[in-house]
Write a protein that binds this ligand. Structure first.
Ligand SMILES: C[S@@+](CC[C@H](N)C(=O)[O-])C[C@H]1O[C@@H](n2cnc3c(N)ncnc32)[C@H](O)[C@@H]1O
Length: 342
């Protein structure tokens, strides 16, 4: 099966990194080609690949089964040559999306291409712009065109409705659900895995982990956060979770975890006795190392001025990927994935 994905362009590296992490986590064999920033063609024989990817991805828009590829010049001819009766059964809509183009003739193209398709089909098959049974995507990237049937539209509603200030317990400094989901994905967890966030705050990362299907452990040094995270997880109907009060530097779990996904505090933290974040990170890594399975991963967010290379010196961890997110002029947040080596 060949599919193409329209990823978000809100970051240069995270969307593709997230996609690759999901494919690995779900054990899908694949070959992938990035055609343009945020446009990816993917071959896989994995059943339900589009559904599985679509359910997990944060930085994506839609996933289509590839019907044909052509050039802009030969687009009409190609559309005419496709056997639409085999693809469309009740109603359809055709939408054109142009990448890197200032032309605003998409609506004209939609009308003329839609008419070519309609001429092949029986009277009973209607054009239906809202909620059609079949959604045909025509993706124009320079002079190249991909024609596909949309299988999955990534649900943005969740990321909007679960923004930190919309949850029962809010505290400033909470991470956006989109980034939290992406970090869970970067840790390459799968359904049933055990995931820990030892600086869980309001529980944003834990909520997303629960949606991906992991079992959840959260802890925080602050009792107020523990109660708040509990409330938020209940509100989100999380199933398999355990939250308790603990210092991340002294965690001792009964069962080792597959992944740690976390957003430690930075600056001088009053809650950690005024220690600098570097010292806190180092001690946390030592403690976490004992609680993480041999092939486990850590995905963490830290400010740019904390060098993760320094933090992992002398530990079993190595950095497998890093992505910088510019927050404002003087702060970049760095997302790092660490692997524990034997
Ligand atoms: C940046 S916030 C985490 C925010 C969280 N990702 C969210 O979405 O709400 C960091 C958290 O670390 C907690 N914390 C600070 N020092 C700690 C320590 N030594 N052990 C555990 N938690 C600690 C703070 O109470 C705070 O809730």
């Amino acid at each position: 099966m060949e599919i193409f994905l329209i990823l978000s362009r809100e970051h240069e590296t995270l969307p593709l990194a997230e996609l690759k992490a999901i494919l690995e986590a779900e054990n899908m064999d694949y070959s992938l080609k990035e055609i343009d920033l945020g446009i990816v063609k993917l071959k896989t024989d994995f059943p339900d690949a589009t559904i599985r990817i679509g359910k997990r991805m944060a930085y994506g828009h839609e996933i289509c089964n590839l019907i044909a590829e052509t050039s802009l010049e030969k687009l009409d001819e190609k559309i005419s040559s496709i056997s639409w009766n085999d693809i469309i059964s009740e109603s359809f809509a055709l939408r054109v999306k142009k990448i890197d183009s200032s032309d605003n003739d998409s609506q004209i193209m939609e009308k003329s291409l839609g008419a070519i398709i309609k001429s092949q089909l029986g009277e009973e098959i209607k054009v239906k712009l809202e909620k059609p049974d079949t959604f045909i995507r025509v993706l124009v990237i320079g002079s190249k065109v991909l024609i596909g049937k949309r299988e999955t539209k990534i649900n943005k509603k969740h990321f909007f409705e679960l923004k930190p200030h919309k949850r029962p317990f809010f505290y400033p400094g909470s991470m956006s659900p989109k980034l939290a989901r992406c970090m869970v994905n970067l840790a390459r967890v799968k359904k049933g895995d055990l995931l820990l966030d030892p600086f869980c705050g309001t529980g944003g990362i834990l909520i997303e982990a629960g949606i991906v299907g992991t079992r959840i452990i959260g802890s925080d040094i602050d009792e107020k956060m523990v109660k708040g995270a509990f409330q938020n997880l209940e509100h989100c109907k999380a199933m398999d979770f355990n939250i308790f009060q603990a210092d991340a530097r002294k965690i001792d779990l009964k069962e080792k975890v597959n992944a740690v996904v976390t957003d430690p505090p930075y600056g001088i933290s009053a809650s950690t006795g005024g220690e600098t974040s570097s010292t806190l990170f180092k001690e946390f890594l030592q403690s976490i190392s004992k609680n993480l399975l041999e092939n486990g991963r850590i995905c963490l967010a830290n400010p740019h001025y904390v060098d993760v290379n320094d933090l992992i010196e002398g530990t079993k961890f190595k950095i497998s990927e890093q992505h910088g997110i510019r927050m404002h002029k003087s702060l970049t947040r760095v997302i790092s994935v660490l692997e524990k080596s034997k």
